[in-house]
Design a protein around this ligand. Structure first.
Ligand code: DLL
Length: 429
């Protein structure tokens, strides 16, 4: 099994390695990046003050704006000649977040991704069809390099051209499908339209990530395609995909803690939370050369669990990411995440999987949800009765009022990448 030793390290081994690596990373960042040196000096901290893992909480946080403020080359810790690749993610502000890699960083990332495949149950005999976007987005190349490192055949179909995607799956007998969960849902619809029975395909494992998705959606994908649907987490700043992945237990995503030191904080007070409490995930990269990240605030909200998993791995687990602090909507004083709405909608059999939340006025006193009816129910259900039922379910679970608009199947634009669940039509003044 690929990197078996690293996957099965015990907690004490992991923590000893974390401390050794953190000391080295802090030294590297302090010596080579003026941005970090300044941050340390502001709080009177020196690299040698980090003597234990508890001391990590003394290090100032790094946030996305820090990277944007250092556009275009970011907070480089090596001369530009040693940088072999750039990726970038676009944000709402217009300035992309650029991330850079040395050859060693690309190597570490490839190993991490290969380890993810292996942990999820993929073997070198599999045939990987990679339908993540290739380009500045880290999904395509990250999954590609990992598959090559594991030693599988990898087919770089990338996003788009769904007909060709399906014929490739059929003809090449692909056994692993890599794409966003939204695109997997779309493929399921497209298979129906093309008249392809999923039993004609050889796919056995799906590696889905890059956006939140619910357990109900997982069940739907697994049942429709007859596969195991594995969740995988990552972000561009932390190499890309490959930070954490589910093992076949599907009970949380193992964070590769020999490469990422993880903390959860209260996003308001910034206090470190004990394991088991939900908070914002903060990562320190443990061997990044080009762009060290110390205590990077992700805005992703989750719970960390350090209990040994039934699979035998001791790498801590993030229990599925349900949303980001900046996705949260406040409706009539109630905090709500799009993923909570998804959980409820997917559980109503008459509805399809596609929905969107439309924001119309600055002050949200009710929720406006547009959701498609399932194709097999369209034209057969009483729409008024169904929208009442949906509104009542949302009210009962989330204690908030909602206006529901039921749409004909196929109305909401499908995506090949990450789904856009919130449509903001509010007028800017
Ligand atoms: O989405 C990297 C990636 C590619 C991960 C392919 C997995 C698969 P970014 O575009 O920088 O990088 O977006 C990172 O996406 O902070 C989360 O909010 C969200 N995200 C990523 N994976 C998951 C997941 C890639 N499995 C941001 N569950 C992160 C929930 C996820 N959210």
């Amino acid at each position: 099994m690929f990197q078996e030793k690293e996957q099965f390290m015990i907690k004490e081994e992991i923590q000893a390695l974390q401390l050794e690596r953190i000391k080295r990373q802090v030294e590297h960042a302090y010596r080579n990046v003026p941005f970090y040196r300044k941050k340390f000096e502001e709080v009177g901290l020196k690299p040698e003050d980090i003597r234990s893992l508890e001391d990590v909480s003394k290090i100032p946080f790094t946030v996305k704006d820090d990277l944007r403020d250092h556009y275009p080359y970011g907070i480089l810790a090596v001369p530009i000649e040693r940088v072999h690749r750039l990726h970038a993610s676009s944000g709402t502000t217009g300035i992309p977040t650029v991330v850079s890699y040395t050859q060693k960083d690309l190597d570490t990332w490839s190993n991490l991704m290969a380890r993810c495949y292996s942990c999820a149950g993929v073997t070198p005999d599999d045939i990987v069809q990679n339908a993540y976007g290739y380009g500045l987005f880290t999904g395509g190349l990250g999954f590609h390099m990992g598959a090559e490192r594991l030693g599988t055949l990898v087919i770089p179909t990338a996003t788009g051209n769904t007909k060709r995607q399906i014929s490739m799956m059929k003809d090449m007998k692909s056994t692993v499908l890599c794409c966003t969960p939204s695109y997997a849902l779309y493929l399921i619809e497209a298979l129906k339209e093309e008249g392809v029975d999923p039993s004609e395909l050889s796919i056995r494992i799906g590696m889905f990530g890059a956006e939140p998705w619910s357990d109900e959606t997982r069940k739907h994908i697994e049942k429709s395609l007859g596969i195991k649907a594995q969740d995988l987490y990552g972000m561009s700043e932390l190499y890309g995909p490959g930070v954490a992945v589910e093992c076949p237990q599907q009970n949380g995503l193992h964070i590769w803690a020999d490469e990422f030191y993880v903390e959860t904080i209260d996003p308001e007070t910034k206090e470190v939370l004990p394991p088991g409490e939900k908070g914002e995930i903060v990562f320190t990269m443990l061997s990044r050369e080009a762009m060290p990240l110390l205590r990077y605030r992700t805005k992703d909200l989750a719970v960390i669990n350090w209990e040994r998993c039934a699979c035998g791995r001791s790498h801590p687990r993030i229990m599925r990411i349900k949303g980001r602090s900046d996705d949260m909507l406040i409706v009539g004083g109630v905090n709500v995440f799009p993923s909570q709405i998804e959980d409820i909608l997917v559980g109503i059999p008459e509805l399809g999987e596609q929905f969107q939340i439309v924001l119309e006025t600055a002050k949200l006193d009710h929720l406006f949800v547009q959701v498609e009816v399932a194709p097999e129910h369209w034209g057969k259900v009483d729409l008024k009765e169904l929208s009442h039922k949906v509104g009542a379910k949302l009210q009962a679970s989330l204690t908030l009022r909602a206006r529901i608009e039921l749409l004909e199947p196929g109305t909401i634009p499908r995506t090949q990448g990450k789904a856009k669940r919130v449509i903001d039509n509010r007028k800017r003044i």
